[in-house]
Design a protein around this ligand. Structure first.
Ligand code: ADP
Ligand code: MG
Length: 303
């Protein structure tokens, strides 16, 4: 099979592991920097131009999008173009776009009955007090809608702090959501790595002392964890709700069961492969071998 990995940098751990795993399994693989692609969207036959090449539907049987948060808009347009060409994209453009928007994700998860922390959203409310009461008062968590790697997530410990942070974010016209603080999670969260309809690996991430955000980029540490059946079904349900074949579902262990915080459409491989000693890249390629068929993407560039 000929596989394209959409990634800005072939030296990244995750990209490099996917290349290795694809080659090991006898596939041809090319890393394509989506930012440097251009497309003639009016052409009769959709194609993607890259460097001095023009990719048409026969050049690849599968695309693995690894689209960074800062280039979601252009990156998903490139994925959509491959979908229009009929090339199988393991995560579809609409699903990636959905997952990148925390508010949209939360609404979708809630609609499908996936447990999430009590969450409120506001643009410029007259009643910040009411908004704070909605999520059960302080302490509470305030999140920038498009934040990632823990940046843009603030714990406001008192109502006064919450009010001023909310006002500050609104003053700079940032979209935020406000969430109940799940104290009993104790600075830990669970990352479930979903491939298809299975959780293939999971790790618990714990924040360093004095920090509540467990992101590895914020100095969190990872270890192997045994999931409960409820956590497993929640993760798979969340992945389905988002329409992602490959994703990282992050959840908090709360008194009322697993609560999903976000679903990541380009989950990193380094932390989870190290923590679990599993060949996650190999399992992704294996999934693609079983599922990649032309015109198999559900949306084919629609919507
Ligand atoms: P990001 O997209 O920046 O990773 P998250 O929503 O995943 O943002 O939040 C970052 C981290 O902050 C989480 O991994 C978790 O450890 C902590 N956290 C987020 N929301 C809550 C919450 N409602 N209660 C307790 N801890 C939280
Ligand atoms: Mg996160």
């Amino acid at each position: 099979m000929k596989i394209a990995i959409l990634s800005r940098n072939p030296r990244l751990y995750s990209t490099n592991r996917l290349v290795e795993a694809a080659k090991e399994r006898g596939h041809e693989v090319q890393v394509v920097d989506h930012i440097r692609c251009f497309m003639d969207i009016s052409a009769d036959q959709p194609s993607v131009h890259y460097k001095d090449r023009e990719f048409t539907r026969d050049d690849f049987q599968a695309v693995i999008p690894r689209i960074g948060a800062s280039v979601t808009f252009y990156g998903t347009a490139v994925v959509r173009q491959f979908e229009m060409m009929g090339v199988y994209c393991v995560n579809e453009s609409v699903a990636i776009t959905r997952a990148r928007d925390k508010l949209r994700s939360m609404q979708l998860l809630s609609r499908k009955g996936v447990g999430i922390p009590v969450t409120a959203f506001a643009n410029s409310p007259d009643d910040i007090g009411g908004l704070i009461r909605e999520v059960g008062g302080a302490p509470l968590v305030i999140k920038l809608l498009e934040g990632t790697q823990g940046i843009g997530v603030v714990l406001a410990e008192t109502r006064k702090a919450a009010e001023s942070v909310i006002q500050a974010f609104m003053g700079v016209k940032s979209n935020i959501l406000i969430q109940e603080f799940i104290k009993e999670a104790g600075g830990s969260d669970i990352r479930c790595f979903v491939v298809g309809d299975k959780v293939i690996a999971a790790m618990q991430r714990t924040a360093p002392a004095g920090e509540f955000r467990s992101n590895l980029h914020r100095g969190g540490s990872a270890k192997l964890v045994k999931l409960t059946p409820a956590e497993r079904t929640t993760a798979v349900k969340a992945a389905k709700a988002m329409g992602l074949n490959i994703c990282g579902v992050d959840m908090l262990r709360s008194e009322r069961g697993p609560l999903v915080m976000e679903v990541n459409s380009s989950p990193g491989l380094e932390g989870i492969e190290r923590a679990t000693k599993k060949d996650i890249a190999g399992m992704i390629i294996e999934f693609i071998e079983k599922n990649a068929k032309p015109n198999r993407t559900r949306t084919r560039g629609r919507g």
